[in-house]
Ligand binder design. Structure first.
Ligand SMILES: [Zn+2]
Length: 366
């Protein structure tokens, strides 16, 4: 407190004389400082109060949203991107149960594999020159550094919606996806379309944003959802159509040419629990299936980012063997890439019998 001025008070050792409206300078300064302190404290208190209030308001406004994201992943909005309005049906619990009853539906016949032929280099050279379509598909190099020759494009069909920009795979890979979708549709009435994302570019090679997907052997495949067709939606206990998704994954694996399935652990658990609930009705053994049960040998493995789709790494012996042969021709292969798409039906290839090698140079332009 500033001392009250008294008449003739001694302040700072000076005789101020009679009380006056003209206060000495240092007293005025002291008063001003004092007032400033008060205002300062008042102001900061007010600001702090406002800050706290603002934080509370923002917190209250945000809280329900954060909860909503966790509880109900964006469903209909994103589903609607791929589904015309009105198509989305919400299956009841009874419908899910009915679907489960069909789980023992017969498997789809396996793909016919073309009779293995020994491709002498001369034959490959001749075919590259004269009739490259006869060679079929070749996977050259590997999934993370490779290319694709004679690929087949996965097309829109009654069961499939291509959802990526690059849907080219080896003939076997594309046929394997179509085969599995056929099985799900045959076994479950009212199955919605399945979204299938990127496989590879037409000629393979780097495909952003993927690390693999370079040689026609990798495919990003969507889940089946309870509310209808969708792409890149979180698969949860609420959203995932477990019976159909399990039927799809099982059929792919039973096709006999799946090396790995990359799938989030949370989804693995949903499929595994469903599979176990089927008991004797389930024909596939659990051993060596899910990473959550068998870390060492599992086909279905956890890779981050696969709760919205799963990734299948196929193997295709014929395409890889041909790819190894074609690799020696290097860039010339690009010029020999078939102009017409390779026929989809896996008819046995008619290749000339192996003859002594008289390699002719490939034509310069094609
Ligand atoms: Zn992928």
């Amino acid at each position: 407190m500033v001392p009250r001025l008294q008449p003739h008070a001694q302040i700072s050792g000076f005789d101020l004389g009679p009380a006056s409206t003209h206060l000495p300078q240092d007293v005025r300064r002291a008063r001003a400082r004092h007032a400033l302190w008060h205002w300062g404290i008042g102001l900061s208190a007010a600001l702090t109060g406002m800050g706290v209030l603002a934080a509370l308001v923002v917190g209250v406004m945000r809280a329900p949203k954060a909860l909503a994201v966790e509880d109900a992943p964006r469903r209909s909005a994103t589903i609607a991107r791929h589904a015309p309005r009105g198509v989305i049906a919400t299956p009841t619990i009874e419908a899910q149960a009915a679907a489960a009853v069909q789980a023992d539906c017969e498997p789809e016949p396996k793909l016919e594999r073309a009779a293995p032929v020994s491709l002498a280099s001369a034959d490959v050279a001749k075919l590259l020159r004269d009739d490259p379509e006869q060679l079929g598909s070749a996977s050259i190099g590997g999934p993370t550094r490779g290319s694709l020759f004679g690929g087949v494009q996965l097309r829109a069909s009654e069961g499939i919606t291509p959802a990526g920009d690059h849907g080219w795979g080896t003939r076997t890979v594309v046929a394997s996806i179509e085969r599995a979708v056929r099985e799900v549709r045959r076994c479950y009435d009212g199955t919605p379309k399945l979204s299938v994302g990127d496989i590879s570019r037409q000629g393979g090679g780097f495909l952003s944003p993927h690390r693999s997907h370079q040689s026609g052997l990798d495919a990003d495949i969507g889940y089946y959802y309870r509310e209808g067709p969708g792409w890149f939606l979180p698969a949860t206990a609420d959203t995932l159509d477990v019976p159909r998704t399990w039927a799809l994954v099982r059929s792919l694996i039973e096709g006999g040419n799946v090396e790995y399935v990359f799938m989030d652990r949370s989804v693995q658990r949903l499929l595994r629990d469903y599979m176990q609930s089927l008991g004797d009705k389930e024909r596939m053994p659990l051993e060596g299936l899910f990473e959550i049960d068998d870390k060492k040998n599992a086909i279905v493995r956890h890779v981050h980012g696969h709760a919205t789709h799963f990734h299948v790494r196929f193997f295709d012996e014929d395409a890889t063997a041909l790819g190894a042969k074609l690799a020696q021709y290097g860039p010339r292969i690009a010029r020999a890439t078939p102009r017409k798409p390779v026929p989809r039906a896996a008819a046995p290839r008619k290749l000339p019998a192996a003859r002594p090698v008289h390699r002719k140079p490939l034509p310069k332009k094609r």
